[in-house]
Design a protein. Structure first.
Length: 367
């Protein structure tokens, strides 16, 4: 009982706005308000602007002590959570991942970053009867996998139909592959330009590029682009038209390359096709173009645009495939940890440069 004559205390009136007030005015959930005020990347820009305007209208002011507490809580959660990554590879090339060359080196770089950053990594070959894109999407979703790293696919695969809005994603090399995602690749344009310059420094003047049409499709013509840029400053007599050939029997391909060499008087051949040279037939002084009478380097110098390991006699560009894998996984890890999902509006391209290596197949030319 209150003493007789005591005035009742007036009810306290709330004079500050809350997130619930902002949410009600903006027509969203309070959680969405919280994420928008923290500039969370999953909140569309238009929604965030509407929420900020609503906050201004109701006079909402963030509590710095509460912000500090939430930041500390989220940091602890981030440490406890271990993101899972799917490394999606072309089923047609899956056997190469455990041999030598490009694919194993890329995978080595991917795995090194995954282990260093405590990421769970699973490899999924895509393109078999048992592993369609629809089934892969179901598996990734059911396992709670948040990141997808897409390896190199041949141009026959035009797109991968996943529910990309659920995943953070990065591609390796496959510029042609839809959807357009952030991509990490070797800098093939730089490789071609550096190769041409290095050959010219060694006295070669009729330098020609020979590569497969599907390679150029997958790499959006970066080899050809590099060559044409370098040729632009050369006199017409030193410009050799690039040769693009269809994949097929290597003897038939070599015969076509040999005819092109003779027609255009090529003195230095640039190519990413190691099959065009009889690598194992090197006798310390020379070898031949496969199934032809053209001698290397007596008749034509041979410069590789991707020097294979274990071939000290081959000169050309050494590509850093392991670093490509590392950079791709580092970029994907950042996207996963910052909750950036789906295909970006403006995809980025990260290009890893190679370097020139001397070899007996590209000796200085004697005039």
């Amino acid at each position: 009982m209150k003493p007789h004559g005591e005035r009742p205390r007036p009810a306290r009136t709330r004079t500050y706005a809350t997130m619930n007030d902002v949410a009600a005015l903006a027509g969203v959930h309070p959680t969405t308000v919280s994420m928008a005020l923290r500039s969370h990347p999953s909140i569309p820009a238009a929604t965030r602007e509407r929420i900020l305007e609503s906050a201004r209208q109701v006079g909402y002011v963030r509590d710095p002590l509460l912000d500090a507490f939430n930041h500390h809580r989220l940091q602890k959660l981030a440490v406890k959570q271990t993101p899972s990554i799917a490394f999606v590879i072309d089923a047609g090339s899956s056997a190469y991942f455990f041999g030598s060359g490009y694919h194993p080196l890329v995978y080595e770089g991917v795995r090194a970053v995954a282990e260093a950053q405590h990421l769970l990594l699973d490899v999924f070959p895509l393109g078999t009867k048992d592993m369609t894109a629809a089934r892969l999407n179901t598996i990734l979703t059911s396992r709670g996998i948040s990141g997808v790293l897409v390896s190199t696919f041949t141009p026959e695969t035009k797109s991968i139909e996943l529910d990309w809005d659920q995943f953070s994603a990065v591609k390796i090399e496959s510029h042609h592959l839809l959807p357009q995602l952030d991509v990490v690749s070797n800098d093939q344009c730089q490789a071609a330009r550096l190769c041409m310059r290095s050959l010219r420094q060694r006295g070669y003047r009729r330098i020609g590029l020979a590569t497969a049409t599907d390679d150029e499709s997958r790499l959006v013509s970066t080899f050809t682009s590099g060559v044409l840029v370098e040729q632009a400053s050369l006199p017409a007599r030193e410009r050799v038209p690039p040769l693009l050939f269809e994949r097929g029997d290597i003897a038939a391909v070599a015969a076509r390359v040999a005819a092109w060499i003779r027609e255009h008087k090529v003195d230095a051949l640039m190519t990413n096709w190691h099959e065009l040279i009889e690598i194992g037939a090197w006798d310390g002084e020379s070898t031949r173009l496969t199934s032809t009478a053209i001698r290397v380097p007596q008749d034509v110098a041979f410069a590789s645009l991707d020097v294979p390991s274990g071939t000290p006699h081959i000169g050309g560009i050494v590509q850093n495939h392991r670093l490509v894998g590392m950079r791709a996984m580092e970029q994907l890890s950042l996207l996963v940890r910052t909750f950036r999902r789906g295909a970006p509006e403006n995809p980025s391209a990260t290009c890893v440069p190679g370097y020139w290596r001397d070899g007996a197949t590209v000796p200085p030319k004697t005039m």
